[in-house]
Design a protein around this ligand. Structure first.
Ligand code: B1M
Length: 210
């Protein structure tokens, strides 16, 4: 039986090679990729987040853990993606201006691709203008991620930029990230909020159908 505790511990301790080895072993034992992600990698990163909050670890440790987590998700990515012949639509996704957290955004992008969307990854620290340009370039959905309470307001600024550009009614806006809530989405006039990557893909399907 695959050892999810060992995977989450290896992420927490930033042991990239061990994460790689354990994830490959878990797959060889028949463990589902989504279970390795949710019960191993994400658990480790969330636990480290708590330690970070409590001042038990600092930015360098978190950075090393993020790299270890990335290694694990790189192995899982092709397995989480299913072959879809026809695209369901185009989603431009990015972390808002001022925010460099990209792990959750990358997972959401991965799930959207797996569901059949074409994903344009705008990266991190994405300006409102860059989101506006993505709509001009054909994105039907904008996906914004924010992990910091200080960068959340950039979501509202981006929605305002879409309005000012006369594009608000041409695009659906979905948002997410640890500090984001449905209440906040309603407050800033986003079309949808989701708490995790799997429900983000479901939300995108509902938005494109609407
Ligand atoms: Co930062 N950081 N960080 N950090 N970091 C948090 C977010 C924090 C909560 C830690 C803490 O104090 N407990 C805290 C924010 C506090 C606050 O604002 N209230 C914090 C801080 C303070 C900071 C710095 C300011 C620290 C400093 O420099 N003093 C700094 C800011 C840098 C910046 O962005 N300008 C900083 C830096 C960093 C690192 C660079 C070291 C690193 C990021 C590396 C990277 O992303 N490449 C980092 C990390 C890793 C974290 C924690 C530990 C983990 C984040 C993560 O990747 N989680 C985090 C603590 C925490 O969140 N528990 C923390 C795993 C990931 C799978 O979850 O991103 O929530 P998450 O994504 C989920 C859902 O939220 C959702 O789906 C995802 C998958 O299920 N989701 C969406 C996300 N986006 C979505 C979009 C959608 C839909 C759903 O639709 C479009």
């Amino acid at each position: 039986m695959a050892d999810m505790l060992a995977i989450s511990t290896a992420v927490k301790e930033g042991r990239r090679k061990i994460v790689e080895q354990l994830v490959n072993e878990a797959l060889a034992e028949g463990e589902k990729p989504e279970d390795i992600l949710n019960k191993g990698l994400i658990v480790g990163m969330n636990e480290l987040g708590e330690q970070f909050k409590n001042g038990e670890v600092y930015v360098p440790e978190v950075l090393v853990a993020a790299r270890a987590m990335k290694k694990g998700t790189e192995i899982l990515k092709p397995l989480l993606l299913q072959a879809n012949v026809q695209s369901l639509g185009t989603v431009a996704i990015g972390t808002v201006e001022g925010d460099l957290h990209d792990i959750g955004k990358n997972l959401v992008g991965m799930m959207l691709e797996g569901t059949g969307f074409t994903v344009v990854d705008l990266g991190e620290n994405v300006s409102p203008d860059a989101f506006v340009q993505a709509v001009r370039d054909g994105a039907q959905i904008i996906g914004m991620s924010a992990l910091l309470t200080t960068t959340m307001p950039m979501m509202a600024v981006t929605i305002k930029a879409l309005e000012d550009a006369g594009l608000r009614d041409k695009v659906k806006v979905m948002i997410g990230g640890a500090p984001i809530t449905q209440e906040y989405a309603d407050q800033i006039g986003a079309d949808g909020y989701s708490a995790d990557a799997a429900s983000a893909a479901e939300l995108a399907k509902r938005l494109i159908a609407a």
